[in-house]
Design a protein around this ligand. Sequence first.
Ligand SMILES: [Fe+2]
Ligand SMILES: [Fe+2]
Length: 253
Amino acid sequence: MVGQISIDEQADALEARMSDELDVIYTKSALANMEDGHLGASGMGMDNLLKHPGKLFLIGDDPRLPKMPAKPTLLDYFKYRARGTNHLLQSATHALKAGMPEKTILACLLHDIANALFIKSDHGYWGAQLLEPYVDEEVSWSIRAHQALRFFPDESVGYKYPILYTNYFGADYEPDNYIKEAYQRARNHKWYMSARLITVHDIYSFDPKAQVSWEPFIDIVGRNFRQPAEGLGYDNSPVAHMWRTIRRPTKYL
Ligand SMILES: [Fe+2]
Ligand SMILES: [Fe+2]
């Protein structure tokens, strides 16, 4: 009976079914499993190999995911790996219409890149790290700081605590201490307003008739993002491995 199968067994069964249907054997990382409430990587042992005669562990591109070019650009990652880019385009469009400088528009366009294609938890920090070697330091600094600043109003620019956060996290939610400390540090930083502007344009409601597209931002990205010629992930930058992992999240090693 299904009701008597543990969640672990169900996950194993799903993995096995997936490996049966496709030509390779899939495993899952500890992080992916933790997001499902389980500890440890799974499916990595010889027993799993023996269960699938004639098949091998996946050690390359995941055939279930869209195929990526050999030398992917930032926009390729958005095209082939991201979801939830409408929010980014809306924020960037909002900044563009407000006549913001290109650096701010780029920061708005990329501020939630971690949510869109990597990790939600501490998304500002992960997003900033992914981008750091390729953008102006002020842009990555602002993206890192926006996560903390979102929790703190600034009436001087008309930024209020988001109603959305009250709905999502409850009226009594208090940010962690490290977020409060990050806010204090940012408040006193020379680039405070650059990060604050991300929160000002970080909007979830938008004119439904307004069309958003990448088109107005292609040149802004071209001028402000140092796209490596080898492709993102293959340029030996300190974060190249993070991009490779986004490209191949299920690669065995
Ligand atoms: Fe965010
Ligand atoms: Fe956002």
